[in-house]
Design a protein around this ligand. Structure first.
Ligand code: FE2
Length: 395
């Protein structure tokens, strides 16, 4: 790979304190927690009923108990956790005098664990913790364990909640929301359903892809992004088609998720994410499905911004561009992403998921207003009119 960056670039990188990765890594949770949090003996396990019922928390609980922890369970997490749910979980954490917060599950369980950890030792209401860098002091020690490969919430400092007073999603982040320990055990992701594997996998792929193209992309993020693009595109079909018989592909997917998630910690995301939110909200699409639909159309728009990087994406995805011009090789990356989504059974157009063209002007306004930070980070400048055109081309 040639170098795409300026040597004068200043970049920064933030991560959890400790990451433990590998098949069976969950068995280490007790000894790691005892070593990292001396004096603590009461853990609150935050999860949902599906994850608990499937036995995915059993090994963690056994390991913690063996190391002297008492484990109290909160299993009521729902998607896009509402404030009322956070309040309930918080009340339990305080009543039980919890010392360690443990989030096991998908992004919603981990995001609930983040906010509960931040709020538990203090008395402020939730509004004091919402937004960018509003959490300004450490909360309770926390451990995150994903049972899906996709959101990367276990390695991020972002938490997405639903303000059920106004029925709106609120995205917040703070360095104090990073975990102390993230345990990524691919065996826990084996039972992910095919649809979730496909959609959350495409979200993870978009993190690797977008982070490679943003204006903040840098030597460190480029290295992680490239590896993420390569590993996810090579393994996602097998993880999708072979289900529980694909530990090697699941392992690779978990690793690819790490690469993409780490990369966006440094270089951020762009217009694929900015444009996915309004249709996802309006038509009740999963984040991964909305991402997958918008990605090729945003790629087409952004393509002239960096042909060499697009050609590198195509190459990482296994496309042979040896006899092609740089522009032609770059174009094959868009086709490769379209083919990937098609192989995973994900619709390719907004009309396929019930979108109406008359909604698009409002969507474009929302993108400019609410996701200006992602728009500013996009590799090609975007006006409201440009965004409208992208929605129309995706229809
Ligand atoms: Fe995403």
């Amino acid at each position: 790979m040639s170098d795409f960056f300026q040597m004068s670039d200043i970049f920064m990188f933030q991560l959890p304190r400790k990451i433990i990765f590998g098949n069976g890594a969950i068995k280490k949770i007790g000894e790691e927690a005892a070593a990292m949090f001396p004096g603590q003996s009461r853990a609150l396990l935050i999860t949902d009923k599906g994850v608990l019922g499937a036995g995915l928390t059993d090994e963690a609980t056994a390991s913690l108990k063996k190391s002297g922890f008492e484990v109290i369970v909160f299993d009521e997490v729902t998607p896009d956790p509402p404030f009322t749910l956070v309040d309930k979980c918080l009340a339990l954490a305080r009543k039980e005098k919890i010392g360690v917060i443990l989030g096991i599950g998908g992004g919603s369980s981990i995001d609930t664990a983040k906010i509960v950890s931040c709020m538990a030792p203090y008395q402020d209401g939730i509004d004091a913790y919402l937004g960018i860098n509003k959490v300004q002091r450490p909360g309770l020690p926390k451990i995150f364990v994903p049972t899906t490969a996709g959101t990367g919430s276990e390695l991020s400092h972002t938490f997405v909640l639903t303000d059920d007073r106004v029925n709106d999603k609120v995205t917040s982040y703070s360095p104090f929301a990073f975990s102390d320990i993230s345990i990524i055990d691919p065996t826990l992701t084996l039972s992910m359903p095919a649809k979730v594997t496909a959609e959350s996998g495409m979200d993870a792929f978009s993190h690797a892809l977008e982070s490679f193209l943003t204006v903040r992309a840098n030597p460190l993020s480029d290295t992680l992004s490239m590896r993420g693009i390569e590993v996810i595109s090579k393994n996602i079909r097998k993880a999708y088609t072979k289900g529980t018989h694909s530990l090697d592909a699941r392992y690779a997917m978990c690793f690819g998720v790490c690469m993409g998630t780490m990369a966006i910690r440094s270089s951020g995301i762009g217009a694929v994410h900015a444009t996915c939110y309004p249709p996802a909200m309006k038509y009740h699409l999963t984040h991964g499905m909305a991402i997958s639909i918008m990605m090729p159309y945003v790629m087409e728009y952004n393509l002239p911004s960096n042909l060499e990087k697009y050609a590198a994406i195509a190459s990482a995805m296994g496309e042979n561009g040896a006899n092609l011009s740089t522009r032609a090789a770059a174009m094959t990356s868009v086709d490769a992403v379209r083919q990937l989504a098609a192989d995973l059974g994900i619709p390719s157009r907004l009309r396929d998921v019930g979108a109406k063209q008359e909604d698009f002007p409002e969507f474009a306004k929302t993108v400019v207003k609410r996701y200006a930070h992602h728009v500013a980070n996009n590799p090609r400048n975007l006006t409201e009119q440009d965004i409208l055109k992208i929605f129309q081309s995706a229809w």
